[in-house]
Design a protein around this ligand. Structure first.
Ligand code: 13P
Ligand code: SF4
Length: 304
C-alpha cells in the first residue's frame, strides 16, 4: 500500500467509527477497497450482512443493485454508494414492464429474479435468488415451471440441476458470457495441476469444463476445503485478491485477463472518504417499490 493509501485507509476507518458506519464490499472490488471494508462477500452475504447490521450507515462498495438491496432491507438506515455511477449491465437487460408481460404470456408462473436486477424488477418478482442459492430457491417453489430473469446462463444452470422447467430471459453478464471454451482449455493446459472453478454466469459449455461451480464466496470456501493447492478462477479477477488473502499458501490463476467488470472497478478509496464525509451518494428506493421488493428478497433469505 502506498503512504497516501495507508493514510486514507486509516482516515476512512476512523471516520466510519465516528459515524457508526459499516463498510461492505463485494468480492470483485479493487484490493484497497476490500482491505478497508468491515466485511467482504458475495451478493447473498452482502444482503444478509446489511439486514443484520446495527450500524447507522451502510457504505455499499459494489454496483447499484447491491446498494439498492441494502436500502430495500434497511429502510431505517442510510445507505451510501461511494460511486453512484457503478451499475451492472446485466441488471439493465430487464424492465418490470417486459417481465410482467412475459409472466402473463406464460400463464402467470412464478418469477425468480436474480439479485442482479433493479429494485423495480424485484418488486414485480415472486422471489429473488443469487448465484449461491439459485438451486435451493428453484427447488423451494412448489410449481414445476418457473421463469428466471435476467441471466440466461444462471437459468440454464438451474434447469440442469433441478427437475423444473425453467423459462429463460435473454440477459447475460457481458464479461462472464464472453469467457470461451478455448480460453478455459488454454488455461488448463498451462496449469495442468489446477482445478477449474467457474461462476454460474458462464455459458453452459464453459461450466461443463468446471471441477466446481460456485458463487464468489463459494469459490473461497471451496478452495479452503479442497486438498488441491492450485486453482483456475473462472470469474472476475477481483476475486483473486480475496482468495489469496483467505488462502495465502494456495495459488490462484485468472482464467482470462479479460474477465474484468469495469463497473466493479469504479470505486476508489477517495470516493468512500467523500461519501462518508459529505453523506453523499445516498441510495433511496421509493416506498411502494421497496415493500414489494423486500418481500421477494426476504423470501429468498428465509429459505434455509
Ligand atoms: P456473486 O453473488 O457470486 O458474488 O456474484 C455477483 C456477480 O455480480 C457476479 O458477476
Ligand atoms: Fe454485473 Fe457481470 Fe459486473 Fe457481475 S461481473 S456486476 S453480473 S456486469
Amino acid at each position: 500500500m502506498t503512504t497516501k493509501h495507508s493514510t486514507l485507509h486509516q482516515q476512512i476507518r476512523n471516520l466510519a467509527k465516528t459515524k457508526k458506519a459499516i463498510i461492505l464490499a463485494h468480492n470483485y472490488q479493487p484490493a484497497q477497497i476490500q482491505d478497508v471494508a468491515d466485511l467482504c462477500g458475495d451478493s447473498l452475504e452482502m444482503s444478509i450482512k446489511a439486514a443484520a447490521t446495527d450500524a447507522d450507515i451502510i457504505v455499499c462498495c459494489g454496483v447499484r443493485f447491491m446498494a439498492e438491496t441494502a436500502a430495500i432491507l434497511c429502510p431505517d438506515k442510510i445507505v451510501l454508494m461511494p460511486n453512484p455511477a457503478a451499475g451492472c449491465p446485466m441488471a439493465a437487460m430487464v424492465t418490470p414492464e417486459a417481465l410482467l408481460k412475459r409472466k402473463g404470456d406464460l400463464g402467470g408462473i412464478p418469477v425468480i429474479t436474480y439479485v442482479n436486477s433493479s429494485a423495480a424488477v424485484k418488486a414485480v418478482s415472486d422471489i429473488c435468488c443469487t448465484s449461491a442459492n439459485v438451486i435451493k430457491v428453484v427447488n423451494a417453489l412448489k410449481e414445476d415451471e418457473v421463469l428466471m430473469a435476467p441471466d440466461r446462463n444462471l437459468a440454464l444452470y438451474a434447469a440442469a440441476n433441478t427437475d423444473k422447467k425453467v423459462h429463460l430471459w435473454e440477459g447475460y453478464c457481458p464479461f462472464h458470457n464472453d469467457l470461451s471454451v478455448e480460453a478455459v482449455k488454454a488455461s488448463k493446459s498451462a496449469h495442468p495441476q489446477a482445478l477449474f472453478v467457474a461462476h454460474p454466469e458462464c455459458r453452459p459449455e464453459v461450466l461443463e469444463l468446471a471441477d466446481s461451480i460456485q458463487s464468489t464466496s463459494g469459490m473461497i470456501q471451496f478452495a479452503g476445503e479442497s486438498s488441491a493447492d492450485q486453482f483456475i478462477i473462472g470469474t472476475e479477477i477481483g476475486l483473486l485478491h480475496a482468495l489469496s488473502k483467505a488462502h495465502p499458501a494456495k495459488t490462484f490463476f485468472p482464467v482470462s485477463d479479460q474477465l474484468i467488470c469495469p463497473d466493479m472497478k469504479k470505486t476508489r478509496l477517495q470516493d468512500i472518504w467523500n461519501c462518508l464525509k459529505n453523506m453523499s451518494g445516498r441510495v433511496l428506493v421509493e416506498e411502494a417499490v421497496r415493500i414489494k421488493a423486500m418481500d421477494a428478497v426476504k423470501k429468498m433469505i428465509n429459505i434455509k
